[in-house]
Design a protein around this ligand. Structure first.
Ligand code: SF4
Ligand code: SF4
Length: 441
């Protein structure tokens, strides 16, 4: 596509990057067919191509964001299905990230929207604050119906609906330290403890550490690591996202210096997509560019890492029918499509793939809070397709999808690594009734 940026505009490296991306788009519109918001709303401006035009117009004219562009960019899930579909290699992720940062800098949102976003950015990335907020959620639950009737308070209602009624205690696995591998040492990795996942389901990382150490891998939880920054990055809060990225790059660089790392293991694919992008996010920071690129190169989803290991025979041969839901950040963000299914099949599960597997479940970071109506439509469509597989259990690799799908599905939804850990000798995943796996025990 032809662009018309001035030389002065192109002196800004963010604009120059976006211009390169815009030029690649040939407006063929292939991406519209797989875009969940276009499929749901049927409006060109809620398609990738429509958003690309809006962003181009805003950036070329050096305009502040207006209500129209904010509406349509806010509705984008950042699911990146458009990037999988695009035949021209348009990097929509970097383009929309730039647009979101521009919106954050130039647009004043209504007061309640600002407040909601500020609270989310203050609470979600910090496990202690998030834990306290979930405990307080019980007080607000009786008012969900009331909040739902007031459009400005719908995000509060959505938050309260998603908050679990009980939360597990904090896991010692999340504390800094080293978990030695059993037997002959086969490798050394760091693990991201993360933020929301460590509160909502600490058993995911417990299963990961248990499985890896049984396979002879030493697992380090480095001092000083924290939220990957994805949640605030998708809200356009660039400074906060970059601060998180720098903090993690420092923590993992220390771990590399203290004994080397074969990988940085990530068990939430939403975080994986962002950490693999640290090299790009920090490319303009001379103090961090190289270190960040090194960290990005080491970042591996747990299934990506396991698939490259020479695994022993599983202890159990389950035969359980599992519907595998591929998170958008897994399939579109990281292009990891084969490994989780192959690992599950190798471990003895019968893997079924739901129809419309490319479509987002509507979780998408804070999307299910900030865009709860579209999110609920996508969730219900996803759950219907999952339940049609006839599976006993749903497996997926992202805590956001687990929470979202579990809020409507009749089946238990677990992280893939918990099923793998069980098949390779670990405990039965909590939350899966015994009868669903019993036949295999
Ligand atoms: S598929 Fe790619 S090239 Fe075609 S309109 Fe979409 S982003 Fe542009
Ligand atoms: S990221 Fe997802 S929701 Fe956004 S434009 Fe692309 S396909 Fe549509």
């Amino acid at each position: 596509m032809q662009t018309n940026f001035s030389l002065a505009q192109l002196a800004d490296p963010h604009v120059a990057e976006s211009e390169k991306i815009l030029r690649k788009c040939v407006h063929c519109g292939f991406c519209t067919a797989t875009c969940p918001t276009y499929v749901t709303l049927g409006n060109e401006l809620d398609s990738p191509r429509g958003r690309i035009y809006l962003i181009k117009d805003m950036l070329e004219n050096g305009r502040p964001a207006d209500k129209e562009i904010v509406t349509h960019i806010d509705r984008c899930l950042s699911c990146l299905a458009c990037m999988t579909t695009c035949p021209s290699g348009v990097n929509y992720m970097h383009l929309v990230d730039h647009a979101r940062a521009h919106i954050e800098k130039t647009y004043r949102r209504p007061l309640l929207d600002r407040l909601t976003r500020a609270v989310l950015a203050f609470v979600l990335p910090y496990p202690g604050r998030f834990r306290a907020a979930l405990k307080l959620a019980g007080l607000g639950r009786p008012f969900i119906g009331l909040f739902e009737k007031l459009p400005a308070l719908r995000p509060v209602a959505a938050m309260l609906k998603l908050a679990p009624s009980s939360i597990p205690p904090a896991s010692p696995t999340a504390s800094p330290g080293t978990h030695a591998g059993q037997g002959v040492k086969r490798g050394r990795v760091a693990i991201l403890t993360g933020c929301a996942q460590s509160v909502l389901d600490p058993a995911i990382n417990e299963a990961t550490v248990s499985l890896l150490t049984r396979l002879g891998i030493e697992v380090v939880v480095p001092e000083g690591e924290g939220c990957c920054g994805a949640l605030v990055h998708h809200m356009g809060r660039e400074d906060q996202a970059l601060a998180s990225a720098r903090q993690n790059v420092d923590a993992w660089t220390r771990a590399i210096d203290q004994g080397g790392l074969d990988a940085v293991i990530i068990t939430a694919s939403g975080c994986g997509t962002t950490i693999k992008d640290y090299g790009f996010m920090l490319r303009l920071d001379p103090a961090y560019a190289d270190k960040a690129a090194r960290v990005s190169a080491l970042a591996k989803d747990i299934t990506e890492y396991l698939a490259a290991l020479d695994l022993p025979e599983p202890v159990r041969k389950p035969g359980t029918i599992v519907a595998y839901h591929s998170a958008c950040s897994m399939q579109h963000g990281q292009k990891i499509t084969r490994q989780p299914k192959e690992l599950l099949a190798r471990a003895g599960f019968v893997v079924r793939e739901p129809r419309e597997g490319h479509l987002c479940c509507g979780s998408a970071g804070t999307y299910n809070i900030l865009q709860s109506e579209i999110s609920a439509r996508l969730r219900d469509r996803k759950v219907k397709n999952i339940e049609a597989t006839g599976a006993s259990v749903v497996a997926t690799g992202n805590i956001g999808c687990i929470t979202q799908i579990a809020s409507a599905a009749k089946l238990p939804v677990v992280h893939t690594v918990k099923l793998l850990d069980w098949a390779y000798g670990g405990p039965r995943p909590e939350g899966i009734p015994e009868e669903r796996l019993a036949a295999a025990e």
